[in-house]
Design a protein around this ligand. Structure first.
Ligand code: ADP
Ligand code: ZN
Length: 638
């Protein structure tokens, strides 16, 4: 320690200031260097090679009548002097003003008529001055340019405010979407219903001849990413008509009247291009029931909606315009929109089932190189709950990963990683060994162990402690049971096991590290537990309170028309609900802790393996567990 103090510290600090200056000098110098060569004049280059004479010597030479010629450069304050007996010029550095010089020359010239001194003034054009001038001009140019741009932009904003919403950029038009029904997979019922719309557009005579009115509006109802936009484009593509699209949120602007004028613009353009499709995404943004919601109505939205209704009523059913709108909240739409003659057809676009997912995967695998080992069937089985957009996104991620890993074709491992990336998040670097890492490992193995030993659980796919974006330290993942997810048929035993599994992480923390060391890492597990347990009691009739639906799901206060929370039960029942929810959670927790306590050596061994490998797949995990306890039949290692 003391030795170190005696050695002189390397002089870094004092130099750093210098360095800063040097860097600045480099920059300035560099800039000049670039501009320099074009501005160097030949005169300057020449004079530099000449000899020097001092000012006083020059005066002396003049007095001695030895000077033949003096060329003064007022810009640079130098003179080139040619002596009587020399051919060469010599340089003389002048003063700022040189009255003696001029006076002396004049004296010589007036008194001596034979040896006149030729006096000339020749400006070389100052190199530095010129560079400075150019720099200044550039700077002024930039400033003026910037100012003009600012002015222009602010005047554009002004214009926007003036001719409300005249801007064409707000809706887009595609003359040919290039999308066909073949590109849309997995939502066969919806496709069939919309097939008819294509016929309306292509052969309207067929219907009008019989006196049938062609519908004006079709409402597509479904979760985000289920392919509603794609379907609308496919209608346009199949019918070969232009596709106008706008999002409901584009209508709703700051200024009252903008939305309405956009609607007018849109319909005007559409009429000019009929037959065509107008697609309005997120129609609930404008079409929400008028006068609903907290805080009173929204003038702007209501005006926009009224304009939309007016436009829809204004054109004849046979004008060849069909409006397709999309929403995932049909329940909040204003009744006026759903009246006959408006959006009188509703088509539900569901999340795809197994077959649907398989179809969608086939569509998006068309232009991708998959290795033979990859089975689309297996992927479809692994991805219940994925929308079409999720699946498309996942395959794309897999292709990107494949390129990054410099492989020729997408393999199973890229698919696995892409599924995790889409459904969980980006994987980050593994943690360094630490207490935190051990704790996470125990938590995740707690979940994974319960997934493996509980009778009604879906089998473990893998457990990992590689962190993911979004603050996820690790996870244990099940292979979802497609029948249950797709059909929504979940048994009481399955839900109870799921609650137990969710509590397995916290249970392991508590068993291993004690009460004081449990972490907040279980917070999302606990939310899930509360939700499931409460739903068992209040929605599914799975408790001793009996087969009653006590709550209606989803009272989103700000969205729907039913914004008053409605309770279907008395205070007394509310207390009972709380008690039953708590009982379920506590019983499951007790069970989780007991299983973990009884299998402590197994738990420790699995944690050691996970710490070493960071990811353990379900098959190997089950293999190890089966050496300690009998696996339930459905998890038996084959
Ligand atoms: P939505 O409008 O319902 O939110 P999109 O139509 O915008 O969903 O879907 C986004 C993307 O997801 C589509 O461009 C397409 O690539 C893919 N996709 C979604 N559903 C399907 C489907 N049924 N078949 C094929 N691709 C689909
Ligand atoms: Zn957890």
């Amino acid at each position: 320690m003391s030795q170190k103090r005696n050695t002189p510290a390397p002089k870094v600090k004092p130099n750093s200031q210098n360095l800063k200056w040097r860097v600045m000098a480099y920059l300035i110098g560099g800039w000049l260097m670039a501009a320099g060569p074009t501005l160097v004049t030949p005169a300057l280059a020449q004079s530099q090679s000449n000899q020097q004479m001092s000012y006083s010597e020059l005066l002396a030479q003049i007095e001695a009548r030895k000077v033949k010629r003096v060329i003064i450069d007022p810009d640079k304050q130098v003179a080139k002097v040619q002596l009587a007996d020399a051919n060469q010029y010599e340089n003389v550095v002048l003063l700022e003003r040189n009255p003696e010089l001029l006076q002396k020359i004049r004296e010589v010239n007036t008194t001596n008529s034979r040896e006149q001194i030729q006096l000339e003034f020749q400006s070389s054009g100052d190199y530095k001055g010129a560079v400075g001038l150019v720099a200044n001009l550039l700077l002024i140019g930039f400033l003026i340019g910037g100012l003009v741009m600012l002015l222009r932009r602010s005047s554009q904003v002004g214009n926007q405010a003036m001719n409300f919403g005249k801007s064409r950029a707000r809706f887009s038009m595609e003359a040919k979407t290039g999308v066909m029904f073949d590109d849309v997979a997995g939502i066969e019922e919806a496709k069939e219903e919309l097939q008819e719309v294509v016929t309306f557009l292509k052969k309207p005579e067929r219907f009008t001849a019989l006196g049938a009115k062609i519908p004006k509006g079709v409402l597509l109802v479904g979760a985000p990413g289920t392919g509603k936009t794609l379907l609308a484009k496919a209608i346009a593509g199949e019918a070969g008509v232009p596709f106008f699209s706008i999002s409901g949120s584009e209508f709703v602007e700051m200024f009252v009247g903008v939305g309405a004028s956009r609607v007018r613009d849109l319909f005007k353009k559409a009429k000019e291009n009929a037959p065509c499709i107008i697609f309005i995404d997120e129609i609930d943004a404008v079409g929400r029931q008028r006068g609903a919601g907290i805080g009173g109505g929204n003038d702007e939205r209501e005006q926009t909606l009224n304009q939309l209704l007016t436009e829809m009523d204004g054109f004849e059913g046979n004008s060849g315009i069909i409006i397709v709108a999309a929403t995932n909240r049909p329940d909040v739409l204003d009744m006026a929109l759903l009246r006959p003659g408006r959006f009188d057809r509703q088509v539900v676009v569901d999340l795809p089932t197994y077959n649907g997912r398989l179809g969608i995967l086939r569509v998006h695998a068309r232009n991708k190189k998959l290795s033979d080992e990859v089975s689309l069937e297996a992927i479809a089985r692994r991805t219940p709950g994925f929308s079409g957009a999720d699946l498309a996104n996942m395959l794309n991620e897999a292709a990107i990963l494949t390129a990054r890993r410099r492989k020729d074709a997408i393999t199973q491992s890229e698919v696995e990683d892409a599924i995790d990336r889409v459904s969980i998040g980006l994987s980050l670097n593994p943690l360094l060994d630490s207490k935190k890492k051990r704790l996470i490992a125990y938590h995740e193995v707690g979940h994974a162990l319960l997934m493996t030993v509980l009778k009604n659980s879906d089998p473990l796919n893998k457990v990992t402690i590689i962190p993911r974006s979004g603050g996820i330290g690790g996870f244990a993942q099940q292979i979802p049971n497609e029948d249950m997810v797709d059909s929504g048929l979940r048994t009481r035993a399955w839900i109870v096991d799921l609650i137990t599994i969710a509590l397995g992480g916290r249970a392991a923390e508590q068993e291993v590290f004690g009460d004081a060391e449990v972490t907040m890492g279980a917070s999302s597990d606990l939310q899930m537990v509360s939700k499931l347990a409460r739903e068992m009691v209040t929605r599914f009739g799975m408790s001793e309170l009996g087969p009653l639906a006590l709550e209606i799901p989803n009272n989103e206060v700000f969205l729907g028309r039913d914004w008053m929370p409605r309770s279907e039960y008395s205070e007394d029942v509310a207390t009972k609900i709380d008690r039953h929810v708590r009982t379920i959670a506590l019983e499951c927790y007790e069970k989780a802790r007991q299983i973990i306590r009884e299998n402590r050596p197994l738990l420790d061994r699995l944690v050691d393996l996970l710490l070493e490998r960071e990811t353990v797949d379900g098959e190997e995990f089950r293999q190890i567990v089966s050496q300690y306890v009998a696996l339930p039949e459905k998890h038996l290692v084959k």
